[in-house]
Design a protein around this ligand. Sequence first.
Ligand SMILES: Nc1ncnc2c1ncn2[C@@H]1O[C@H](COP(=O)(O)OP(=O)(O)OP(=O)(O)O)[C@@H](O)[C@H]1O
Length: 269
Amino acid sequence: MRIEWSHVNKVFYGKEEGDRFSYQRQAQTGLLDFTASLKQGVTVILGPEGSGKSTLLRVTAAAAVPDDGRITYQTHRSEVHVWSKSIAAMGSASPMEALRQRIGYVPQRKRLNHDTPLDESLLYLAQSYQLPQPKKRAAELIARWGLAGVRKQPLNELSRDVAARYIIARSLISEPPIWLLDEPAHGLDDWGWQLFMQELTRRRQHGITVLATNDLELAEAADHLLLMEAGSCRRIGPRKILTAGVPDGTVASWYRTMQTFSKVKTRSP
Ligand SMILES: Nc1ncnc2c1ncn2[C@@H]1O[C@H](COP(=O)(O)OP(=O)(O)OP(=O)(O)O)[C@@H](O)[C@H]1O
């Protein structure tokens, strides 16, 4: 199993949602010649605010189209998928639908606008992915993520902590080999956090998990660290090896050291 990013670029034009002071169409670099590869296990993406962590996850989840470059996913020994601007241009004829089922994605903004009841929404998703026993799969997730008491509630009426738990559960519906999470702890209560950490441990042995966070304690759960700076990959490697060079061996110390020697002056988390 492997994900490989090759010279991926992404530039945004225009103001960001919620940025009411920016009226100009200013180009913002999301990703700049991003090149890296990673294998099975848990990879934590670190980097200052605006360094491109969310953009990397969105593009990798095929929720955004790269301007340039390509992403190659090897999900099983003989199964390889590619995501690029030219693949996206193929529209519904593209082979991406098969890949989407192999990716679970938890975005940073955990808002739900639909009024579909929670259980129906999971069932619909399981059916649309043509899973063999969609009812059973939806019921399993409801039980595992402690959602039984709210299963008839419309999604847009779920409390913040339940919505966060539901979004994580939903991302796992097809048991995807690739799990991408953007600030997964945001919104979770203690119970949700425990369930999430159990799932992280369960998946460590199989599949690729990539999570972006500013939480340096959560980053201690990483097998690999990927440090971003100004849209590029500044450093990638096994956590134990990267942190071996700092006195207390923690990710927080390593991250601080890397920021001290950073060429780009950006705000730290
Ligand atoms: N939809 C968008 N429209 C305009 N600019 C964007 C958009 N999304 C991201 N950007 C810009 O791209 C750059 C990278 O943003 P991104 O959100 O990927 O960084 P990040 O490392 O995840 O930041 P944070 O830690 O604050 O979440 C920033 O300059 C940001 O302003």
